[in-house]
Design a protein around this ligand. Structure first.
Ligand code: RTP
Ligand code: MG
Length: 155
């Protein structure tokens, strides 16, 4: 049977491996409407450190790969076509409990259901065109950051 002290060590080890990074993309709808500056300003004011940042444009193939988890969903084709329709800004961000905190900051997937003051409430147009992406787990934050950035592109 494990002693109390041993359990504390195990918990500490788990916390120690928790990432404080998330990955985001400013999506083509927000880019085309000129909201990128305001969104980045908000993210920085909320205390996120920018670890990596770039503007790029996804091919349909790369957008499909990024959202492969949704391949069986009815909206997948629309999502891929939208995400490859124009430039995006991709970034790795750092803050305590980054994944969960950033999901709070961006708000619900559907901007109509997003809380007042969230990025999606302020800048998103619709469920399909919702201004910004935020990773949904530490594991996916790492996979998604690695999808866009080499080691040299991070501080
Ligand atoms: P994201 O991955 O982009 O941060 O968005 P999310 O976690 O809030 O939502 P998720 O379920 O991962 O869906 C990915 C993106 O697919 C589009 N979507 N369209 N038409 C629809 O029913 C529908 N549902 C989702 C959204 O653009 C969503 O952000
Ligand atoms: Mg998602």
């Amino acid at each position: 049977m494990a002693k109390v002290g041993e359990n504390i060590v195990v918990l500490r080890a788990k916390n120690g491996t928790m990432s404080n990074r998330t990955f985001t993309m400013i999506k083509p709808d927000a880019m085309v409407k000129g909201h990128a500056g305001a969104i980045l300003d908000r993210i920085i004011k909320e205390g996120y450190k920018v670890v990596a940042l770039k503007q790029t444009r996804l091919s349909a193939e790369k957008a499909g790969e990024f959202y492969a988890i949704h391949a069986a969903r009815p909206f997948y084709g629309e999502l891929v076509s939208f995400m490859s329709s124009g430039p995006i800004i991709a970034a790795i961000l750092e803050k305590a409990d980054a994944v969960a905190e950033f999901r709070k900051l961006i708000g619900a997937t559907d901007p109509a259901k997003a809380d007042a003051g969230t990025i999606r409430k302020l800048f998103a147009s619709s469920l399909g065109e919702n201004a910004i992406h935020g990773s949904d787990s530490d594991e996916n934050a790492k996979i998604e950051g690695d999808f866009f950035f080499s080691g040299l592109e991070r501080i």
